[in-house]
Design a binder for this molecule. Sequence first.
Ligand code: GDP
Length: 478
Amino acid sequence: DAITVGELAQRMAVRGAEVVKSLMKIGTMATINQTIDAETAELIVEEFGHKAKRVSESDVEEGLKGGPDREEELQPRAPVVTVMGHVDHGKTSLLDALRKTDVVGGEAGGITQHIGAYQVKLPSDNRITFIDTPGHAAFTEMRSRGATVTDIVILVVAADDSVMNQTVEAINHAKAAGVPIIVAINKCDKPDANPDRVRQELLNYGVIVEEMGGEDLAVEVSAINREGLDKLEEAILLQAEILELKANPDRPGEGSVIEAKLEKGRGPVATVLVQRGTLRQGDIFVAGSEWGRVRALINDRGEQVKEAGPSEPVEVLGLQGTPKAGDEFVVVENEQRAREISEFRQEQRRQKEIAASGRGSLEQMLSRIKEGEVKEMPLVVKADVQGSLEAIIGALEKMGNEEVRARVLHAGVGGISESDVTLAGASDAIIVAFNVRANAKAREVAKRDGVDIRYYSVIYNVVDDVKAALEGMLSPVA
Ligand code: GDP
């Protein structure tokens, strides 16, 4: 257990020079970048009037999540689906229409509660879970916390409008997450609907549907007339079969927080999606840096339930604080353990926030590359005009070799939006801004998440910087 002088200073929120000075006082000569052992660090910490606490990640986190399951313990689980697409193409309408395909309650008395996700039961007895927040912002926000909740993305494209810029963003977000896409060509009831054009234009973005000789599934629907929904659900089940989605229900519950809020009279309420095991009333659990004891579980029909298994979304009451969307939850053996983990994570989060200031920076990326952690340099590229964008991408793609290379996750014309920043944040990417600026919200999120936005007005400089970074990335020759 060792720590650099600089990091120690950062954790105590004092200047590095002060730590160097007090090290000198106890006879240790060290510079900011040098490493000191845990004993020495403890002495210094006390010198500054802090209490030293040496908890390592492994002490607290080890064994928290159970080990892998045996094949025979695994049972099929429902696919979890997120709907994405351009504004006004019908995401919300489609989610509403799909909600009504549930055979348990039908239109009346069926899924009525908006808890952030719902599960429909089909006539075939199969189930599908839908995340109720459409769009890629929520999707990527969750992914930036490490949650991989979505098994399948439904890409809604209006047949009268075809592929638009948020359609392309959605494709790139789904691809960056490695999640398969099913295209729902919506508004096919409209007289000017042109599904062929949609299929054709999607080719440009690497989505090749069956009619075009590819393997991506596409279904023509009308959310308003509720047409084609059964076909869409069939396609989801087909894709789910290919993915072989399975989980062991007979173990303590684990999963992700879909949304969480503080409600008057109810306290902190979180909707969680169980991904492994079963969550039960009375269970003690940790969710992100919060903990709680399950006082009640409420499903998407507003009913109290005793338990929830894999792919089932439920509202959980009984939390001590409000976790964040994308936080992992896991059932633990007792309250003491829950408190310990929660305290440890809160401390860790504070430290991360301090360190976040440099996380996505080019310098940080360089050091991660040097340590062999990364072999690709992910980039989001935005430019003022298509010509520059293409020139930059062309130049970037020619760089690197089989060992390291630049990878453009997303590219587009226009200013830097919040969506660009969340995508970069979730993928540890750097944003290249060519003659464009970031809006206020994007700047705020970039600052919060430590995402590096690099501004350029000369293509040569972009190329130069990336080249230098890639060269620094090359593994040292042994
Ligand atoms: P979102 O922004 O993607 O969530 O889109 P909405 O679901 O809010 O739909 C945008 C508009 O398109 C609304 O006026 C809907 O009534 C309309 N709309 C959605 N689906 C269909 C459809 O299948 N056919 C027609 N004709 N209109 C639709």
